[in-house]
Design a protein around this ligand. Sequence first.
Ligand code: ADP
Ligand code: MG
Ligand code: ZN
Length: 479
Amino acid sequence: MRDYEMVIGLEVHCELQTATKIFCGCSTKFGGAPNTHVCEVCSGMPGTLPTLNKRVVEFAVKAGLALNCEITRNNKFDRKNYFYPDLPKAYQISQLYFPICRNGHVDIKTSEGIKQIGIHEIHMEEDAGKLVHDPATGMTMVDFNRCGVPLLEIVSEPDFRSAEEVIAYLTKLRDTMQYLGVSDCKMQEGSMRADVNLSVRPRGQKEFGTRTEMKNIASFKAIERAIEYERERQIDLIEEGGTVVQETRRWDDEKEYTYAMRSKENAQDYKYFPDPDLMPLRISDEYIESIRKELPEFADAKRERYVAQFGLPEYDAEIITGATTLVDVFETATEMTGQPKDVSNWIMTDLLKLCKDEHVAVEDMKFDGRKLGTIISLVNEGKVNRKTGRKVLEKAFTEDIDPAQYIEENGLSQVSDASAIEPAIKQVLDENPKAVSEFLAGSEKNFQFLVGQSMRALRGKADPQAVRSVLTKLLDEMR
Ligand code: ADP
Ligand code: MG
Ligand code: ZN
């Protein structure tokens, strides 16, 4: 068999986190009762007119600058005409001739090093509604809540050569959009959707092979599986003397295969034309520069800074910068305590474990970093020991409590006053004569045992340092 190389280009749709839709004032909120976020405009009533949401333009420019694109100064919107029950106007307002961003690129990290992926363009468009199939009745219903939710479509160059590169790119895109606050990019809720265009060619051949397109694959895992399957399918086909047909194929993640959906349309099939209801959109240099100034520090830069400035281990910095929720907690708690390494340790060991135990996705975590900052300060000041701190964190993670108040009300403060702990430790010594006499005879390890017993007698609230010094004093008196 000949050696084949795979070529992939991606079309990624991101739903924007604007409060309202792209051409009307309806809410973009995910998951409302069907057809409750709709009006005359987004349900496509005749005679209604679209009004462009400025925020969509702002978000598109932000994304474009973050992905190193040229911003188009003179924009237009175009109608993409097709009929489908989830698209009541029978056209989608999109951008074909003058997309808002062009000629960008991003660097991705793979096992073979850094690779640059070209961004062909980014355009603004509106989402369609959703068809809901009810297996019980065999009926199909339509929900227009998603109709008119703003989308960015980010079209890459055909620069990927492996599934690994595709996943690295999608991760990078998601991180970038999340850092910008432009899209939450949740694949499971459909706010990030990837269409995978894939072809194969004998290694060394210049021309691309014929591609197929797999639409809306719903998770990174599924994308990896779909790519491997489709590559094998195309190679087998060619090896058997067949030819790949340019078509749209659906990936069935349960049965693990792709099947033809329809032969691929060309742009002319959509009879695109400029939308006469919307004015051309001019973007000024000043506007672009004002947005460039607001760009946040992105994951790569942050990760490097965490390592260089705070001395975090590379791995910890990678995990924390991988989710904006963790970045928020880290930066808030670090600002409060001035102890970045402590904060990172608490996040890496305790907070991530809590997410896992409570089945909360890290990016969905709603945890205020100020609570962690307070707990760390209390531990570092010796008000509570680490074990108690961990318990308070558990409580603060699931319930809205004020850590300091909770410690106060539940009597969890650490006891470090020698006179307060001495009676309890005396009793421990009385109850463990054998351990005491062995210690006095030179068995050092018994000391640790007596510390443990004392901590237990004090129900874990004592300052271990204070317990050690009282124990040493009492044992010395017995020599
Ligand atoms: P269309 O708009 O018809 O879907 P485009 O030219 O916009 O087609 O390309 C769509 C995506 O397909 C782009 O991401 C592009 O990089 C990718 N692509 C184009 N040709 C190939 C090919 N032969 N193999 C793999 N990907 C391709
Ligand atoms: Mg396309
Ligand atoms: Zn509406």
